[in-house]
Design a protein around this ligand. Structure first.
Ligand SMILES: Nc1ncnc2c1ncn2[C@@H]1O[C@H](COP(=O)(O)OP(=O)(O)OP(=O)(O)O)[C@@H](O)[C@H]1O
Ligand SMILES: [Mg+2]
Length: 113
């Protein structure tokens, strides 16, 4: 299992969710965050979403998936958020050791989807 974290432009969220849904990826956590990439928030201000200092408003998605869904998830996020301009975002993939559905006590592959 993997835990996929993506930081994207807020105005790409709807499109990313659409692409994920098309690939049967429905379970997701979404947060509003602030952050900066390698331009340190400076050159990207023209894309809007300016927050404080050098930090810009972003949206963070967190998706826990079974291994066969890792590549489809990455692909969907890219399809929904790539504009080829700076600040399109980044995807991080982390090994996930456990997942528990609280209601049933199911674990691992059973609990994740
Ligand atoms: N190494 C990192 N660690 C933590 N967060 C990061 C990292 N890189 C990017 N982020 C987060 O992702 C957001 C988007 O990053 P961004 O797309 O600007 O990456 P970049 O490396 O600057 O690439 P680009 O040159 O395409 O802008 C940042 O505002 C920040 O919140
Ligand atoms: Mg950047």
């Amino acid at each position: 299992m993997k835990y996929i974290i993506a930081v994207i432009q807020p105005d790409r969220l709807d499109e990313v969710l659409k692409k994920l849904t098309q690939k049967e990826i429905h379970l997701v956590t979404v947060s509003s965050v602030i952050g900066r990439g390698r331009q340190k928030g400076i050159a990207e201000v023209y894309r809007g979403h300016k927050e404080q200092g050098s930090l810009l408003k972003k949206v963070k998605l967190e998706i826990a998936v079974n291994d066969e869904f890792v590549e489809p998830t990455i692909k969907a996020i890219i399809e929904g958020s790539r504009t080829e301009k700076i600040g399109d975002g980044k995807i991080f993939v982390i090994d996930l050791s456990e997942c528990v559905r609280i209601r049933t006590g199911e674990r691992g592959n059973e609990a994740i989807g």
